[in-house]
Design a protein around this ligand. Structure first.
Ligand code: FE2
Ligand code: FE2
Length: 294
């Protein structure tokens, strides 16, 4: 499944189902029946869609028995988020353990950053528009470059984790010194190859340096702040690396008041709870047993 090369690193190709689902959920004339037809082509996604539609969160009295009913219950945005999440987990998460690095915790971090990016971005731009979806997906995928490094260059990935832990480097500095590139750059290459909208690519590419995102700076700043917020909320995944950042510091990066950021934290906790079905997919990742035992 590895296709075009990005420098030394081969990039995975975009799963066909996700490509079609992104296309159809972006089409304002598309109907639930059409979307359901595409979802049905993917057995594992169909199961996930049905389970989510019938989960406690949606609280339907009647069970959704068909994919079309489930699509109507969930809505286009949730289906797109679910398909993007499922593709990342199924196609990109490495199948092996790396000492000092937790895949289940990285997944929890990614979902938290997705939810937080959406909440922060909506607050920044003062509306809950379709644009906040892009913030969710950019947040969910912001560190996708790390998954690609781990799969393509596992020994280098271990060196990066060690540099973070032993020298207290941030990941960008560690990757630059070990690989002469960064997960943000590789994530951008993937987003380009997967034909993501420009806004989404910019959010992934510039989540560590949002000032370079030109017209998409707001979205990149939202992902940047969400990443800090998730770490502050304990959603980090490199063992032994301390995170020391105040809520005010996070609020300052997006020019929000600390009270607003406090409100966002409550909102994120609640929404992450609602995403528990998606987070539970981490139970099949390497290292899930260790986490449960810990
Ligand atoms: Fe990152
Ligand atoms: Fe991150």
């Amino acid at each position: 499944m590895f296709g075009r090369s990005s420098g030394k690193i081969d990039l995975p190709s975009m799963p066909a189902t996700l490509a079609r689902i992104i296309q159809i959920t972006n089409d304002s004339d598309a109907t639930s029946e059409e979307l359901a037809r595409y979802v049905m082509l993917d057995q594992s996604l169909s199961t996930k869609v049905l389970r989510l539609a019938n989960s406690a969160f949606y609280g339907r009295r009647m069970k959704a028995e068909t994919i079309t009913e489930a699509v109507v219950t969930l809505g286009f945005t949730s289906i797109r988020n679910l398909a993007a999440s499922a593709s990342v987990v199924d196609a990109l998460f490495p199948k092996r353990l790396f000492p000092g690095f937790s895949w289940p915790d990285m997944w929890a971090h990614s979902v938290t950053v997705g939810v937080a990016s959406e909440a922060i971005y909506s607050r920044m731009v003062g509306r809950c528009s379709g644009d906040s979806e892009a913030a969710f997906v950019a947040g969910l995928l912001h560190d996708v470059g790390k998954l690609i490094i781990a799969r393509a260059l596992p020994q280098r990935f271990i060196q990066v984790v060690e540099a973070c832990r032993d020298y207290n480097y941030d990941s960008i500095r560690a990757e630059n010194s070990v690989l002469s590139t960064t997960h943000a750059r590789i994530g951008y290459d993937l987003a380009e190859q997967w034909d993501f909208p420009e806004k989404l690519s910019a959010g992934i590419a510039h989540h560590h340096a949002p000032e370079n995102a030109s017209e998409h700076e707001d979205l990149a700043r939202a992902v940047h702040a969400a990443n800090l917020l998730a770490k502050r909320m304990g959603k980090n995944y490199v063992v032994g690396v301390p995170v020391d950042i105040s809520l005010k510091d996070v609020a300052d990066t997006v020019d929000l008041r600390v009270e607003d950021m406090g409100y966002i934290v409550d909102q994120v906790r609640e929404k992450v709870r609602q995403c528990s079905e998606i987070i539970a997919w981490a139970d099949r990742m390497p290292g899930a047993d260790n986490r449960q035992a810990a």
